[in-house]
Design a protein around this ligand. Structure first.
Ligand code: ADP
Ligand code: MG
Length: 435
């Protein structure tokens, strides 16, 4: 039987801005067969997502071959639908429209779009939520929308990239079993699933075959078959045996990566390694944006605001996200609303503004981690390259150099971090040192 997708001796490297080459994948062989649930299990940075991107045609391999149903893959792989960790929903569209929009490029008749969307909604248990907006939903419900949006496309392969790692433990458990149940029900067009995860339990609950990846550069170290019958009972001795076996293999894989970051506790009690970044916007842009919003009475339609400030919609959305991330604004549906902190910021003088931002910026997880790093160094300062490396590790999806310049820009304004241009060193601003 021809595999649905196949990678043969695939290598991938990226040329970084510094001009250096980063080897990310080496000698990767993967075949995804019909009827399979395959998992790629490996630590962060082992190239799992890059494998998925190559298999979906979003990124080209540097060397080796990629086949879709036996033919060399050329461009986007039309056999694949994707479920993302970040849900990737349109905040201003309803649940129904978020799902139906996936069908837009296909040029189907309205009745077909409706029939398929309603069927997907039914399969993932979202009946009654059709008219809700993403921000009215819990994380678990949002990911049900993400799953429905993949199912509705009727593609033979579903890719899931760390699909449940942003959810609390119980919700993630429920969704894993449900995803398997939906897949096995035969009610979808999907013949295979490919799961990317760093969670052993998740791989054992869902996958029939597990490939364990190692780092530097990413490669496949082991292949494990998992023939436990579905639905899988996580409390059974057989389940525990496979988990233990994988644990041993993964730990061995992890040794070069032992400097794992500590997980932080979230208010909900669950621990998470999921970290968000500050969108790539400048402090000065943010100030202009908040002032424009205040001038409109503190609330505005995002589309309208983007038109009236003459910005690209995407750039406005970044600003809204950054401001929301810092808790300066709220963005129910398509509206953006200045919060109390945002209002005080606009009305304040430069010192008040710095003070407000000092506090809000300091609350960000990523800022806390960098602060910890700096505090661990004797002189409270570190070469910028060390922090850039850490950023690369924590946020492998982001461009670390760009993140670094955003963080330094904001850190300077907020008087949180300083940067010495001559020494290329980042240091904790005064006042931070004592705390
Ligand atoms: P995983 O999903 O296993 O965490 P990724 O495939 O996301 O790993 O990344 C593997 C490595 O490739 C990481 O070191 C990451 O920083 C790097 N990387 C991924 N995409 C790019 C890119 N577009 N440019 C430069 N480096 C990248
Ligand atoms: Mg990844």
């Amino acid at each position: 039987m021809t595999p649905l997708i196949e990678l043969k001796h695939v290598d991938k490297s990226f040329v970084l801005e510094s001009g250096n080459t980063l080897n990310v994948l080496e000698g990767i062989d993967i075949s995804l067969n019909e009827g399979e649930v395959l998992a790629l299990l490996g630590p962060s940075g082992s190239g799992k997502s890059t494998c998925l991107r190559i298999m979906s045609g979003l990124v080209a391999q540097t060397d080796g071959d990629v086949f879709a149903e036996g033919h060399p893959l050329d461009g986007i792989n039309e056999n694949v639908a994707m479920v993302f960790q970040s849900f990737a929903l349109f905040p201003w569209e309803t649940v129904y429209d978020n799902i139906a929009l996936a069908l837009k490029p296909m040029g189907l008749s309205p009745s077909e779009v409706k029939a398929r969307s309603l069927k997907a909604i039914d399969l993932v248990g979202l009946e009654g939520f059709e008219e809700a907006y993403p921000r009215e939903l819990s994380g678990g419900m949002k990911q049900r929308v993400g799953i429905a949006r993949a199912i509705v496309m009727d593609r033979p392969v579903i890719f899931l990239d760390e699909p449940f790692s942003a959810l609390d433990v119980l919700t993630a458990d429920t969704l894993r079993s449900e995803m398997v149940k939906i897949f096995l029900s035969g009610k979808t067009a999907s013949k295979s699933m490919l799961l990317v995860t760093h969670n052993i339990q998740e791989a054992v609950v869902m996958a029939k075959r597990i490939l364990i990846m190692g780092v530097n550069p990413g490669h496949i170290r082991h292949e494990i078959k998992n023939d436990l019958p579905y639905p899988r009972d996580a409390s059974s001795p057989a389940f525990a045996m496979i988990v233990n076996q994988l644990h041993g293999l993964v730990t061995e894989t992890l040794i070069p990566d032992i400097a794992e970051i500590p997980t932080t506790a979230t208010p909900g009690g669950a621990s998470t390694t999921h970290m968000e970044m500050l969108p790539n916007v400048q402090v000065s842009e943010m100030i202009g944006f908040l002032e424009a919003l205040h001038a409109k009475g503190g609330t505005a339609d995002i589309f309208e605001l983007s038109r009236s400030t003459g910005r690209e919609f995407a750039q406005t959305l970044f600003l809204v996200k950054a401001a929301e991330f810092l808790e300066l604004v709220d963005s129910p549906k398509q509206t953006v609303v200045l919060m109390e902190s945002g209002k005080s910021f606009v009305l304040g003088d430069i010192n008040t503004r710095k003070k407000i931002l000092h506090e809000l910026f300091g609350n960000l997880d990523i800022v806390r981690r960098i602060t910890e790093l700096l505090k661990q160094s004797e002189t409270l300062r570190l070469p910028a390259t060390i922090i850039t490396e850490k950023l690369q590790e924590w946020l492998p999806q982001e461009n670390a150099d760009a993140q670094m310049s955003v963080l330094i820009g904001w850190g300077r304004f907020a008087e949180y971090f300083g940067y010495n241009d001559d020494l290329k060193e980042v240091y904790l601003d005064v006042g931070q040192e004592a705390s």
